[in-house]
Structure formats: structure tokens, C-alpha cells
Design a binder for this molecule. Structure first.
Ligand SMILES: Nc1ncnc2c1ncn2[C@@H]1O[C@H](COP(=O)(O)OP(=O)(O)OP(=O)(O)O)[C@@H](O)[C@H]1O
Length: 286
């Protein structure tokens, strides 16, 4: 999805009831009308479940419908067929208690770091003193104490991601939706941010749906990895990741034999889809 803000919050975030954080995606099909007036099937019969407090990564080739799936979990779009249920209730309209983080770096440039993090609580009408204390606390947790009065353009890419993370997590969401949140970062910063995300997630344990092209990132972070087929997207396989928690440093996990084993297993499943998608976009044969 191209034009989303880096972070956003739905009204019910903050009043999270984690027992209601189960996400059930059943038979999801999504068709779009192309500019030429043809029907294009982006998703076909996608089904998977994210248990409360589970970290679920979704991987799949470019254009397979990962972002489209997320937009239906968040309630920003409606399925053509099938359903998304959160806490047993079908999603219709923006899902309550959801925070988002996207790849696009679009914190509000006219607001300070503190002002950006304060947006969620202010939106939820949290009293000013309490909101400010909470925002300062979250900025401390993401390592940005002392940067409250800076503006986004005065920060590095990694620091802006930390602001976005604080802004998403201050709402204590029951569901955290992340669409390649660290995709634009260099490899080292990405690893540091992933480790920080895991440690913060372990503190508040929202259910996470995390889209990434980076299989190592998916295995290092997730409890469950969903592999999607090339377009039209469907679920090819679901892998449970039995690496122990807390995982600690994402860079270190990559050297564990079990990590390498899982990474190979999943890549064996994913490779064919990536090659098929590449052949399609490169104009080759299926
Ligand atoms: N509003 C729309 N109208 C028509 N087609 C759309 C629309 N939104 C998405 N699509 C198409 O649906 C397919 C899936 O798009 P989506 O962005 O969900 O894929 P993705 O897996 O997230 O891709 P990437 O990994 O490249 O970000 C693509 O072929 C895209 O062109």
C-alpha cells in the first residue's frame, strides 16, 4: 500500500481487551475492478488465524495480496467473499483497538516527537497530564528521552521508526498491524529495531500481523509464519516457529541451528512462489 501514514490509531485502541484479540480470517476473497473495467482477483480463499497475543508474520511474493489482507483485518476495506472476525465479531468498519505501522515514513512533520506520540491519547481524550506522562514514558522506553522537542526531519530514519513505535504502542493496542515497518532501514538498524520491537511487544503482547519480504525477519520475530502463493494470493502453508521466548537479539537468533532449519523449510515453500511471481512480472512463462 503506497500512501499510508507511518502510524495510525483506531478509536478503541487503549481500551484493549486482549481476550478479544483473536483474529480469524476465513475464505477471504477480494476482487478489484481494474481501470480497464476488468475484474481482477487479488485474493482467493485466504484463511488463517492469529491467536490472542500471537506474533504472526505473513510472507509472499510481491503483489500476492499481503497488504490487501491487512486492509481487511483493519477494516479499511471489505472482502468480496469470506470474513474477518476479531474477538469473534465480524469486522465492519475500522476495527477497534488496532494500531498500525507502515513502511512509509510519515509522522506529522509540524508536530514535535512528543506531539506525534501524544496524538493517540489526545484522540482518545486521555487527560492532558496523564497523556504527557505516558508519552514521555514511551519515548523513554524506545530510547528517545531527551528528544521530545525535536521535529521528525531532525531525526534519523531509525529514530523516526522509534517515534512511530512509541506512537503505536502508547495506545496499548489489542492488535498491531505492521506492513514492512522496517523495510526502508539499513540492515543493521533494521536488526536493532526488530529486537526493540520484540522486547516492547513482550511487555504488552498485542496480537501482531506483520508483513515482510524478509524471511529471516519473519522467522526471528514470529510465532507463526503464513506463506502466501503468488497472485491470486491464497495460503500455501503455515509454519509454527518453536524458537524459545524471550528471543533476545534478532541478530543472534540467526545463528541457532533451529532457526536455520526453519528458514530452509520455509524458503523451500516460498521459493517457487517468488519465482512464479517474478516470471509473471518479467513477462515470462508461468
Ligand atoms: N484498489 C485496487 N484496485 C485494483 N487492484 C488493486 C487494488 N489494490 C491492490 N490491487 C492489486 O492487488 C494485488 C495485491 O496487491 P497488494 O498490495 O495487496 O500486494 P502485496 O502482496 O502487499 O505486494 P507487495 O509485496 O509488492 O507490497 C496487486 O496486483 C495490486 O495491483
Amino acid at each position: 500500500m503506497a500512501s499510508r501514514n507511518d502510524v495510525a490509531t483506531s478509536p478503541g485502541a487503549g481500551a484493549a481487551d486482549h481476550a478479544n484479540a483473536r483474529i480469524e480470517i476465513s475464505g477471504l476473497t477480494k476482487r478489484f475492478l481494474t481501470p480497464a473495467g476488468e475484474v481482477f482477483t487479488a485474493l482467493h480463499g485466504v484463511s488463517f488465524t492469529v491467536e490472542p497475543g500471537q506474533f504472526c508474520a505473513v510472507v509472499g511474493p510481491t503483489g500476492c495480496g499481503k497488504s490487501t489482507t491487512l486492509s481487511m483485518v483493519s477494516g479499511l476495506d471489505r472482502p468480496s467473499e469470506g470474513s474477518v472476525k476479531v474477538g469473534g465479531r465480524e469486522v465492519s468498519g475500522i476495527t477497534d483497538g488496532v494500531s498500525f505501522m507502515f513502511q512509509t515514513d510519515a509522522l506529522l512533520p509540524w508536530k514535535t516527537v512528543l506531539g506525534n506520540v501524544l496524538m493517540g491519547p489526545v484522540f482518545r481524550r486521555v487527560p492532558k497530564h496523564q497523556a504527557q506522562a505516558s508519552a514521555r514514558d514511551w519515548l523513554r522506553r524506545v530510547g528517545l528521552a531527551g528528544f521530545e522537542d525535536r521535529y521528525p526531519h531532525q531525526l534519523s530514519g531509525g529514530m523516526r521508526k522509534r517515534v512511530a513505535m512509541a506512537a503505536a504502542l502508547i495506545n496499548e493496542p489489542k492488535i498491531l498491524i505492521m506492513d514492512e515497518p522496517f523495510g526502508a532501514l539499513d540492515v543493521q538498524t533494521k536488526a536493532i529495531m526488530s529486537t526493540e520491537l520484540l522486547s516492547l511487544w513482550e511487555q504488552i503482547r498485542p496480537s501482531v500481523v506483520f508483513i515482510t519480504h524478509d524471511l529471516d525477519e519473519a522467522v526471528a520475530l514470529a510465532d507463526r509464519v503464513v506463506v502466501m502463493t503468488s497472485s491470486p494470493g491464497s495460503v500455501k502453508a503455515v509454519f509454527d516457529i518453536d524458537l524459545p521466548r524471550p528471543r533476545g537479539s534478532v541478530q543472534e537468533i540467526r545463528f541457532q541451528p533451529r532457526f536455520i532449519e526453519l528458514q530452509h523449510q520455509i524458503w523451500d515453500t516460498l521459493r517457487e512462489e517468488v519465482e512464479r511471481a517474478y516470471a509473471l512480472t518479467a513477462g515470462g512463462k508461468q
